[in-house]
Design a protein around this ligand. Sequence first.
Ligand code: CTP
Ligand code: MG
Length: 273
Amino acid sequence: MSRPDDRGGSEPEAPMTPNDPAAPVRGVRVHCVLVAAGSGTRLGDRGPKAFVELAGRPLLAHALEGLARSGVVDSIVVVGPAGRIPDADAASRSALASAGWTGPLAVVPGGSTRQGSVVAGLAALDDLAAPDETDVVLVHDAARCLTPGAQIRDVVEAVVGGHGAVIPVVPVTDTLKRVGEASADGTEPVTATVDRAVLRAVQTPQGFTCAVVRSAHEFGAERAGDESLAATDDAGLVEAAGGQVVVVPGSMEALKVTTPWDLRVAELIVAGR
Ligand code: CTP
Ligand code: MG
């Protein structure tokens, strides 16, 4: 399973297409649910994050082009903001066409939580591609719009290699403290220093066999409607259901664009490509 080592560097100039003989994963169908239905509150008053521009193109377009250029994704469901589906559909088709990707695409409205949006995406995937239980399903944040193709392929390869649930992670570099309740003057007391050596920051795409991600979402279904209970990632649902999750290396370029600062970092990454 040789592949171009483009982690953190430039993507290959000619996009690999599904079933390209150079693609690292042959004979296995790979589907992606790309969640892009969030409101982008922490990015400021710019409207839904999927349409916020980075280097002149929407974050959603960058994310889709990254998936297309990974060369391993056969079908894609975009979960977009409920009131903006025609815009999400147009932006998605345009981005994928410019990347030379011609697979099945569906664009559907999301839910009130990320977990709810993934559920909507998985339902649409059933209609779009009727995945087999052993197919690979990636769940990816559109907000991680610059994720390198190598990271996407590494996750797929680990699922194909026999792991039912795979997540890309990076080490934690800051020293971490646990804090207690704030006192009357608003300051929070430190109660412990946490051992960061055993901690990882989690990225996407997260990869699963179709059977694993389906059953995890069925198991956690009652949490999906409540932001305070909903899972912030899909692997968390697998863990809650008693399943095993393994990690592969992620990358700094797969940062989640959350704040205006992140958007500035993303602009620098694009400028450096
Ligand atoms: N997401 C989604 N549906 C939701 C909430 C989030 O599809 N109801 C998606 C976002 O579009 C994003 C990913 O989940 O791609 C991670 O969410 P986050 O970074 O929190 O994005 P937002 O929810 O848009 O941002 P904020 O929390 O600042 O409003
Ligand atoms: Mg959010």
